[in-house]
Write a protein that binds this ligand. Structure first.
Ligand SMILES: *Cc1c(COP(=O)(O)O)cnc(C)c1O
Length: 362
């Protein structure tokens, strides 16, 4: 019996091979390696895709968050509200720029930050909210925007898992002051190495982050800000220009695989929520089950690989022990019971039907 892998990047990108080789050869002939026309073209193409005004390519998703937060000119220990249930980068970025993350519990069914919990944690020192659109589903933006407007806060979106996801027909990355994307190879728009991008509809925001990513230079060797060296690579940009042509197709494929899970998978497993006002892109297809470890072992024996996103919540990680002392029972419950099923671009509908049949017998 064939093994069903959880992920295989070679298979995901196989269809691009010839086009990528052509681009390598054009790149070598061109000889412009840093912040050339591939980066600026990709920025335009990306903005066109998500229907916003401006984009700035950066080195990776963590840097997109760090540079965005840094550009806000906040004071040390100003408070930033963030979900406790997110990838470590979201919280790490806040700490790295000297701000204070205030962790709040997520909604246990959407896995996204809960607007009610945000309200409860607003204080006089709150300056911004960072929302992560988890697993390819947009956060519930209307109540979040109400809070942002009422308290005059900054809003940063962590869109590393939500390329192309929509909320009431509007793309993630277009709601806040900044949208932060990652092109880490396993993301829906995965590159062939590290890469990241910041989006904004505010011209002066994007002008500032474009300076910050390049040493804070406003012109060659003239420094305006204490900057970073975090530029999207030209070679990644030329690959991404090719791959973004297929992003819609990739997202549609993952949505089709998700539909099969919704249809065939037994209701003994807690599946993601579906809502017609959300266009979810299933970066991951998570289910929850109390006997997770037994299920993983059973599936492995039957030739189905799975993954856990993520096994340890950020506040339980060693370097954060001294920073976060509270317990977050919902987050901990999610981390103990969540399991990611295969939902990659290279999986076929048949693969998913087979997985469902196997799981339903568990
Ligand atoms: C992947 C990811 C990041 C970080 O992206 P890198 O490019 O690896 O730095 C940040 N936030 C979330 C939610 C992610 O999934």
């Amino acid at each position: 019996m064939n093994l069903i892998e959880y992920e295989n990047l070679n298979k995901v990108n196989k269809f691009l091979e010839k086009k990528i080789l052509k681009r390598v050869s054009a790149f070598l002939k061109n000889g412009n390696y840093i912040l050339g026309e591939n980066v600026s073209n990709f920025e335009k193409i990306f903005s066109k895709f998500i229907k916003n005004r401006f984009s700035a390519g950066v080195g990776n998703g963590l840097d997109a968050l760090i540079i965005s937060l840094n550009s806000l000119n906040l004071k040390p220990n100003d408070e930033i509200i963030v979900s406790c249930h997110t990838y470590i980068a979201t919280i790490l970025a806040i700490i790295r720029v000297g701000l204070k993350p205030v962790l709040v519990e997520p909604d246990i069914f959407t896995y996204n930050i809960s607007p009610e919990e945000i309200k409860k944690n607003i204080s006089k020192k709150t300056r911004a909210i960072v929302v992560t659109h988890m697993y390819g589903k947009s956060c519930d933006m209307h109540p979040i925007l109400d809070i942002v407007n009422k308290y005059r806060l900054f809003l940063i979106e962590d869109c590393a898992q939500s390329h192309g996801a929509q909320y009431f027909k509007k793309y993630t990355g277009t709601f806040g002051d900044y949208g932060c994307f990652s092109f880490y190879p396993t993301k829906n728009l995965g590159g062939f190495g590290d890469g990241g991008l910041i989006t904004s509809n505010i011209r002066k925001n994007i002008e500032k982050v474009k300076k910050l990513r390049n040493y804070g230079f406003k012109a060659k060797n003239i420094t305006e800000y204490l900057g970073f060296n975090s530029r999207l690579d030209e070679i990644q940009a030329t690959f991404l220009i090719e791959k973004i042509k297929y992003l819609k197709k990739i997202n549609e494929h993952k949505r089709r695989l998700a539909e099969i899970y919704f249809y065939y998978l037994s209701d003994n497993f807690i599946k993601p929520i579906i809502d017609k006002n959300f266009y979810d892109v299933y970066h991951i297809f998570p289910i929850r089950i109390n006997e997770r470890d037994k299920l993983i072992a059973y599936l492995k024996k039957k030739g189905v690989e799975t993954a856990i996103h993520y096994p340890i919540p950020p506040h339980k990680q060693k370097p954060f022990n001294s920073i976060f002392k509270n317990s977050f029972p919902l987050t901990e419950q999610i981390h103990k019971t969540i399991l990611s099923l295969p939902v990659s671009f290279f999986h076929s509908e048949k693969d998913i039907i087979r997985i469902c049949k196997i799981i339903n017998k568990f």
